[in-house]
Design a protein around this ligand. Structure first.
Ligand code: PMP
Length: 364
């Protein structure tokens, strides 16, 4: 029977909302007829990549007629050396989001439960649905941290994957390795627990290090990290994961051929050679985060314990109005309708603009 429907997408895909990236400054300018918009919507680093990284990328661009090394072997080796683990315990992906998707491909069969706190990073429900898995969402605690007991209770022997972002996106609240261990002690090895540390470099070291403290002890733990945030390489797409060699081998089987592009590999290697400069830039962002928090608190805002390069304002029903006002005035933030807005820490000047514009429209 001929039909005029163009293609027949899988039901789960047809039902998926399109991924909504943070709106760009140029788009906001065009929509509102303004100039000078700033984007604080995607938790990017406001500083351009370090000069030595740019030089390495430029030099490597003459070789773009060739495919890159599929396994990004040199990047794996450099990361393994830095982290003090065997290279078989490291994989590299197209952003850490690429690795999260590979985990979904590798572990979720139709109907498998996948547990994660909610709110959290928006790809967890999307990747779960894409695989026809069953999302089990556990509400955050009152302080916007994870409810470890409720999460542990939600995990059953059937659970294939658990996604735990620390710090969490969009709230910025981090989880200590002691709390993660409380959950891991009660989860069997048949359940992979992904600890998503996209914002690791911004976190107070007192929260602990899952790679050195948890990976050696729990073979079902995989920790994902990225060069997108602290290292300022979001546009190149390179992230990595550390875990048991068997888990890494499974993730590797689901890799798109040559998924980590040649320039991303070169940039990651150069970034690993300049950790001190990158740490200094992280320091600048942390100082700005503290300043923004002090100013918001002085106005009366109640804030969670932010540990990422962004802040969260609980705005409830006012979220869309506040976000629209900020945007019309050239400050593009990330709204989560009905809940709140996530605002990336930018340059000092950008942060001042956010604070001033917010004060015009919203009071706590
Ligand atoms: N995890 C979390 C919690 C994030 O917020 C992000 C970025 N939005 C990512 C992973 C993915 O970042 P990337 O793919 O650029 O490494």
């Amino acid at each position: 029977m001929p039909s005029d429907q163009i293609g027949r997408p899988r039901r789960v895909v047809a039902d998926l909302p399109a991924y909504r990236p943070g709106k760009g400054a140029a788009q906001a300018e065009a929509e509102h007829g303004i100039t000078n918009a700033i984007k604080l919507a995607s938790n990017e680093n406001p500083a351009p990549p370090l000069d030595p990284i740019l030089r390495a990328v430029t030099a490597a661009s003459t070789g773009l007629n060739r495919y890159a090394d599929h396994r990004a072997t040199a990047v794996r080796a450099a990361l393994a050396a830095k982290l003090g683990v065997d290279p078989s315990m490291v994989t590299v992906g197209s952003g850490s989001a690429g690795i999260l998707q590979q985990l979904a491909f590798g572990y979720i069969d139709p109907g498998d439960p996948v547990v994660f706190p909610w709110r959290s990073f928006e790809v967890y429900p999307v990747f779960t649905q894409l695989m026809n898995g069953t999302a089990v969402q556990v509400p955050l605690a009152a302080d916007l941290g994870f409810d470890i007991d409720a999460l542990t209770d939600a995990v059953t022997d059937a659970t294939k994957l658990v996604f735990l972002a620390t710090p969490n996106n969009p709230t910025g609240v981090a989880t200590t390795t002691a709390d993660l261990r409380r959950l891991l002690d009660r989860v069997s090895n048949g359940t992979i627990v992904c600890i998503d540390e996209a914002y690791r470099e911004f976190v107070d070291p007192g929260f602990g290090d899952p790679v050195s403290e948890l990976v050696p002890e729990f073979p079902n733990v995989i920790v994902t990290r990225t060069f997108s945030k602290a290292h300022g390489l979001a546009g190149l797409r390179v992230g990595y994961a550390v875990g048991h060699p068997d888990v890494i081998a499974t993730v590797d089987k689901t890799m798109l051929p040559f998924s980590v592009n040649a320039l991303a590999q070169v940039a990651a290697l150069a970034a690993l050679d300049h950790e001190a400069e990158i740490a200094a830039r992280v320091g600048t962002i942390l100082a700005e985060r503290a300043r923004v928090e002090i100013e918001l608190a002085a106005t009366g805002w109640t804030l969670p314990n932010h540990q990422g390069n962004f802040v969260w304002l609980d705005l409830g029903d006012a979220t869309d109005d506040v976000s629209a006002h900020l945007e019309r005035n050239g400050v593009v933030v990330r709204p989560f309708s009905g809940d709140g807005i996530r605002v990336t820490i930018g340059t000092a000047e950008e942060n001042d603009r956010f604070l001033t514009t917010l004060a015009e429209v919203a009071a706590p």
